[in-house]
Design a protein around this ligand. Structure first.
Ligand code: PLP
Length: 365
């Protein structure tokens, strides 16, 4: 079977795949409510959140649905949202804010750049209308892990809320929603949690939801409505029951394997092997180890090798890698180590890379 090294959907474990064939349930019956309660509890347990103060809200849709629900439901009703961009996903938040007509302002960074926290501080100081900041935790565009701990300090000092797109970090990176002052964090079943695609979630501070009690901006993506219904052991709309089964099993495996620190370490070990192997072939990472998430690394395409050739050659050999986006499409490729992968997969990947890269970078005789 082809090994997926794209940043979601990921290779499922055999147990999660079996769970997909779990029982058909009516979403209005107590069996479903029990499953939903269990999932919501386990999702809060990922980062040890107090269920009295926090809620996990489940919704059908890919990660973007969760981010959009978060922005539409928790974005400011009065006051301005400051969006920090340093890649595709931050820019997507800006599109959402525009579509929903939120009063917003953007602090743009080049893709891959670190957040300029001094500029954030200056912007917050100069514009007292800003009541909330939105940011991506792991910018999957480049692999950059944004420093939310430091950003959280700035936001808390000014009593500014924080919305986080944690879609590609939730479950594999340190996240301290309470200490960092988060209002909410959007995530998905099918990235670091190793569930199946089509189910996403928002972990939110219940107080933040209270502040958003105004009329919803969306019918389907109204987190307040979902949260109220799920607290009553109900759901506003049909949920993807089999994806619930799969995530339930994936979370059992995740917690049994040691939670996010273990997952992070596992990803780092795999990614470290790939980085070393590629370095031996003369392939350079886009960012340093310290700047990158555990989840995904971007590499510079070696001179003389275009992405399509590398992608197609690896696919023939059983691996799917991922292209760079936008301006990086011609210069970068990405390898994610999420999913049910082992060191032997990385070793086989490197053997395949050696077949494709070594000839290309050897000067002609
Ligand atoms: C994957 C991802 C998303 C959501 O993408 P979908 O295709 O909707 O699942 C959002 N933000 C980040 C940072 C991501 O990596």
């Amino acid at each position: 079977m082809t090994v997926l090294l794209n940043p979601g959907p990921v290779k499922l474990s055999p147990g999660v795949r079996r769970a997909l064939a779990g029982p058909d349930l009516c979403h209005r019956e107590p069996e479903f409510a029990g499953l939903q309660d269990r999932l919501r509890r386990k999702l809060l347990a990922v980062y040890s959140l107090d269920p009295d103060a926090w809620a996990a809200v489940l919704l059908a849709g890919s990660g973007t649905a969760a981010v959009e629900a978060m922005v539409a439901s928790l974005g400011p009703r009065e006051g301005r949202l400051l969006i920090l961009e340093n890649g595709v996903y931050g820019e997507r938040i800006t599109r959402m804010a525009a579509v929903y007509g939120l009063d917003h302002r953007v602090l743009h960074h080049e893709w891959g750049a670190a957040l300029d926290l001094e500029a954030v501080e200056r912007t917050l100081a100069a514009d007292p209308a800003i009541v909330q900041v939105a940011v991506v935790h792991h910018e999957t565009t480049t692999g950059r892990l944004n420093d939310l701990a430091a950003l959280g300090v700035l936001c808390r000092a000014r009593r500014v809320g924080l919305l986080v797109d944690g879609v590609s970090s939730f479950g594999a990176e340190a996240l301290e929603p309470l200490a960092w002052g988060l209002d909410a964090c959007a995530a998905t079943a099918n990235k670091c949690l190793h569930g199946a695609p089509g189910l996403s979630l928002v972990v939110l501070r219940r107080d933040a939801l209270g502040a958003a009690a105004a009329p919803p901006r969306s019918v389907y993506l109204d987190l307040a409505g979902y949260c109220r219904a799920q607290d009553r052991r109900d759901t506003p709309f049909t949920q993807p029951v089999h994806l619930y089964h799969a995530l339930d099993r994936a979370l059992d495996e995740f917690l049994a394997q040691g939670g996010w620190p273990a997952r992070r370490q596992c990803y780092r070990r795999l990614a470290g092997r790939v980085r070393e192997g590629l370095a031996a072939l003369g392939v350079e990472p886009l960012l340093t180890d310290a700047e990158t998430s555990a989840v995904l690394r971007a590499y510079r395409l070696p001179p003389g090798l275009d992405y399509a050739t590398l992608h197609d050659g690896l696919k023939q050999r059983g691996f799917v890698i991922y292209a760079g986006q936008g301006a990086l499409a011609r210069s970068v490729f990405r390898i994610s180590t999420m999913g049910d992968l082992g060191m032997e997969d990385m070793d086989r990947l490197l053997d395949a890379c050696a077949e494709l890269i070594a000839p290309a970078s050897t000067p002609p005789p």
